[in-house]
Structures are given as C-alpha cells and as structure tokens.
Write a new protein. Sequence first.
Lengths: 203, 203
Amino acid sequence: MAKKDKDIITSSTEEKILEAARVVFTKKGFAGTRTRDIAELSGINLALLNYYFRSKEKLFKVVMIEKMQKLFGVISPALNDANTTLEQKVTLIVNLYADMLIKNPDLPIFVLRELNLNSEAFGSGFHPHKMLSDSFFVKQLKEKRPDENPLQFLISILGMIIFPFIAKPIFKKAIGSEKAFEIIINERRALIPKWVSAMLRTK
Amino acid sequence: MAKKDKDIITSSTEEKILEAARVVFTKKGFAGTRTRDIAELSGINLALLNYYFRSKEKLFKVVMIEKMQKLFGVISPALNDANTTLEQKVTLIVNLYADMLIKNPDLPIFVLRELNLNSEAFGSGFHPHKMLSDSFFVKQLKEKRPDENPLQFLISILGMIIFPFIAKPIFKKAIGSEKAFEIIINERRALIPKWVSAMLRTK
DNA sequence: ATTATTTTTAATCATTTGTTTAAATAAATT
DNA sequence: AATTTATTTAAACAAATGATTAAAAATAAT
C-alpha cells in the first residue's frame, strides 16, 4: 500500500473534520447538524466526511464517546484516590469539574441532550454509572452514612455543580454577563464542599 | 362567517395536532421532529398542520411556551406565599416539583435542551428568572443569609430536584427500574428540605 | 520514470421534509 | 334550497440533505 503512515499523513484532514464535528454537533445536536456545516467549517470537501468516517452517524459516535469520557472521566482519579477523605474528595471533584466546565460550558447539555434523545444508541464501552457506583468515594459515603442511599448524595453533588451549566439560559438573565456567571461558578468551589459537609452531618 | 365557534368546533382537530405535537416534540426535539410524525400520530392530514398553525416553527412555539410555563409555573404560588417560612417553602417547592416531574419526567430535558439550542428564539412573554429573582422566597433567603448570593441557594435547590430527571439515562442503570427511580425521587422529598436547612445554617 | 495507491474534487443521486395548491367535502348562512 | 365559508384531502413542489460516483490530483512504491 502506498502512503499509509496513517497517524501522520491522514490525521491532518481527519482531525480537521473531527474538530469541526465537535463544534457543530455540540452546538446544534445530532439532528440539527448538517454534514455540509461540518464540511464548510473544516474547509474540506463534503465527500471527504464519508470517505473518512463512512456516515454522519459514525462520525457522531466518535465525537459522542469522546465527550462522554471528558464529562465523566475528569473525576475518575479523584473518585478512587485511597489517600483522601470524603470531604477532600468532594472539594477535589467540585474543583475538577469547575475547571473543566468553565472551559467546556456546553459539554453537559450536549451529552445529556443526546443521551436522552437516543437512550440506547451509546451502549458501546463506556459505563459512567459503574465508574461512580464502584468507586472508593461511594464506599466512603456508605461508611459515613450507612443509613442513606449513597446515590442520593452523588446525585446532589453532581447536580449542584453541573446543573448551572445546563440551566444557564434561565439564570444568565438573572446573573447578567458571562463573567458574572463564572464568578458564581467560582464561588461554588467553596460553597458546595461546605454544603455537602453539612448535608453529611444531618441526622 | 360560517362555522366559527372556534372553541367548540375547530378545537377538536386543532387540539389533536397539539397533543401529538407535544408528544413528538418532547421526545425528539424540534430538529428531530418531522411534521409527518405529528400528522401521523394525530391521525390528521399533513396539510392541516399548516392550515391551523402556519408552520412547524409556530406550532413548536405554542408547545414550548406551554412547557416552559409548566416547568417554571408550578412553584410560582409557593414562591410568593407570605404566610410560609423559608423552610416551609423549600418543602413545598420540592414536593410540587416531585409531584409534577414524576408525571412529566421528560419535561426538564425538553425545555432546557431547546433553550440551549435556541438561546434567543423564546424571548416572547415568559421570564422565569424574573419570577424567581423577584419572589418573596428570594427576599427571605436574603434575610436569612445576607452574606451569600441567594442565587447560589436557588441554583442548588432547583438542581437537586431537577437534575436527576435530566441525568436519568446515567443513573437509571445504577438504579435499575423505573419504579426504583421513583423511590429515589420520593426519598428526596424529605432529604432535600433537610439538606437545605443544613446548608442555610452553615457559616 | 512508471505504475499503483491514496486522497481530493465537482457533480449528481435518491430521499426526505416543510409547505403549498387545487379540488372535494362539510358546515353554516341567507 | 342555494350560496358562501370553513375544513379536509391527495398530490405535488422546491429546497435541503446524506451519500455516492467517476474522474483528477497527489503521493508512494517499484
């Protein structure tokens, strides 16, 4: 075969398509995206999309897997660190998410939008619920509060940090600018750990 | 004019279209919905959709306004009740949402999905952030905790109750059945008010 | 240098999709 | 009953869209 240093030669156009696909799919969703938008943004010929990725759906799946790993993978190391307390883990999780979501504010709505639209289409490989349920963090939650379902705390913690990014169109008008939104998020780095500690103490 | 008891005669087919539109738009989103799906589900001729609602977009807006009012309107009375304490209001809000969302579990993801996709297209009429910010509830929050932005509590309370419905595809696998999901939600009716009280006490 | 292979391009296809049209039917008005 | 108005239907339109094709250009192998 001629020209097959796949990772050097072809990665250029392939990566150009992927980069544009990330942007357009994230902004418009799978159904709202036209392959022509991706081609145009990446500056490549429309046919190349199918040449490299076979179909719109296959290209989308590549992006979707990436995004899911980004959204749920950030906290993976923090969840299973054997050398931190429950409270330290909460602080770490909140800050890891704050850092990442300020840089990728539309990541949560993208992933959850497509997961809700598509229920079953992404069974391939990645299981965030296992990552969470089997974690050392959940074990510590069980020890601290054997009387409560640890999932209840997990849902609340993730909700408090992720929800503002999903509900942004509502709160943004009450908040004002994008800068003001970031200030709110940054305040939550300290607030949420404090709140969670208080929640864990309630009887 | 002949035949123009609009609320009696035409409401039948018009309402049939609307009912189907609610179902299909909610399930597939605006971009993922085909007008033919709505026509088929409602059992009417395709052309009637444009006859009654002019366009897919206009029909969608009717549904969207409805859904936004449903999502943000439920708690409107509770927010401005002058005869309840802050803690009582939290309990009321949580229960009003639990009742409504168990019956309409895909309402939050629908509204927030479309608001995020469409940023500006729904400036018409309904302003949830005003309803929240100008409420008696927020005034009470300010009195109780003048040191904190009341929005921080508001975001957390709404996040804790609404987020599980948005993140359901993730947690559902960890939870199991639909019944188990409802049990989790019902437990939160008591948990969240207790948690919020603890949060309000933190210094 | 010649040949084979990979990549890119422009044009086109076949469907899908929102909307319209013109005729038919039903209902109301006179 | 005759006429006008409103509703419904089947068919079709025009534009959009995901995908393919066949030829050209670029690159690699011999």
